[in-house]
Design a protein around this ligand. Structure first.
Ligand code: ADP
Length: 313
């Protein structure tokens, strides 16, 4: 029977209960359940090999292409390797998103002028033998790169506050992963060659169609027809890059979340508009042109995306 499209979203009302935040101490935050990660090329094996060999890894590419998820997956794999050797210790995952406000002293205590030296987040990750994920690294202040430089030095070496007279030699499980989207580099944001040269670098691009369909199917809980229509739409938005002020097309993340909303009962055109199309630009004029272009017959956007055709789950 055809699904009746109504205005009612199928949020399971009975299960909706008040819930406050759960707080997990950073040292205990670790990925212990297997996350879904669909390998695209050899990135899992390569990143894992680099990590096990004490190399730092840089993930480059557009937003929503699985960089975060890959690091979470690697955290889980590393925990699994320990378990297989009879060690139940979990390797904590530290995440930091780069921006102008983060100070050097927040990463390592060096540079702090207080008497009681507070431990920086990178320093505690090194001490705990954790995996550090520095997202949006290009958005961080230049000074922070000095520390990156040190910690990515041959198997890691980090200087602490000189008054502590300590040098950290990270243990085997410490890993340094950085990620960034070079598309939005400001004039002074490029990493210098010497720092860039310390990473095993992987480009994370949009997955090829069959892989992206698999991801949307699995993460979005929709059927193949919907998953494939969403992926086709994404492909067309990516082709528009360079026109209408578009620097990037729709991300895999956006497709997954639109699919999830649809699976909850939101009509597909509304899920697509709110979660994919409207997020492409904040210029309404450009947005109207993008919408018009996507409806153009020469593009291959399946009619189901616009509420035409069948659209059953
Ligand atoms: P990024 O860190 O590159 O911005 P994320 O890792 O947060 O992207 O990915 C966004 C979402 O896209 C994930 O939550 C997941 O649903 C989906 N995704 C993207 N690539 C993959 C992949 N290769 N395997 C599984 N899920 C993926």
């Amino acid at each position: 029977m055809a699904k009746k499209q109504t205005d009612v979203i199928k949020i399971p009302v009975k299960e909706f209960r008040y819930e406050a935040c759960r707080i997990i101490p950073q040292k205990e935050y670790s990925i212990t359940e297997q996350p879904f990660y669909r390998p695209i090329e050899n990135e899992v094996d390569d990143a894992l090999a680099a990590y096990l060999d004490g190399k730092s890894v840089l993930l480059l590419g557009p937003t929503g292409t699985g960089k975060n998820r890959l690091v979470e997956y690697l955290n889980w794999r590393a925990n699994k390797l320990l378990r297989e050797q009879g060690d139940k210790t979990v390797i904590p995952l530290y995440k930091l998103v780069g921006n102008e406000d983060i100070l050097t002293s927040e990463l390592v205590s060096r540079g702090s002028l207080q008497k009681a030296v507070e431990e920086g987040i990178l320093e505690s990750c090194v001490r705990e033998g954790g995996i550090f994920y520095f997202d949006e690294i290009f958005q961080a202040r230049d000074e922070l790169r000095t520390i990156v430089h040190e910690v990515t030095d041959n198997r890691g070496r980090m200087l602490s506050d000189p008054r502590q007279e300590l040098v950290f030699r990270p243990g085997r499980t410490f890993g340094f992963f950085a990620a960034g989207n070079p598309m939005y580099l400001g004039p002074d944001q490029a990493m210098n060659r010497a720092t860039m040269d310390r990473f095993f670098t992987i480009w994370m691009n949009y997955p090829p169609e069959p892989a992206e369909i698999e991801i949307v199917l699995k993460e979005g809980q929709v059927n193949e027809e919907i998953a494939s229509a969403l992926v086709k739409l994404a492909g067309e938005t990516r082709k528009l890059k360079g026109s209408y002020g578009l620097r990037e097309g729709a991300s895999t993340r956006a497709l997954v979340e639109a699919a999830q909303l649809y699976a909850q009962g939101m009509p597909l055109p509304r899920a697509v508009k709110g979660r994919i199309i409207n997020t492409l630009t904040h210029d309404q004029g450009d947005l109207a042109k993008i919408q018009k272009a996507l409806r153009d017959d020469s593009l291959k956007v399946p009619p189901i995306i616009f509420g035409e055709g069948n659209g059953q789950k």
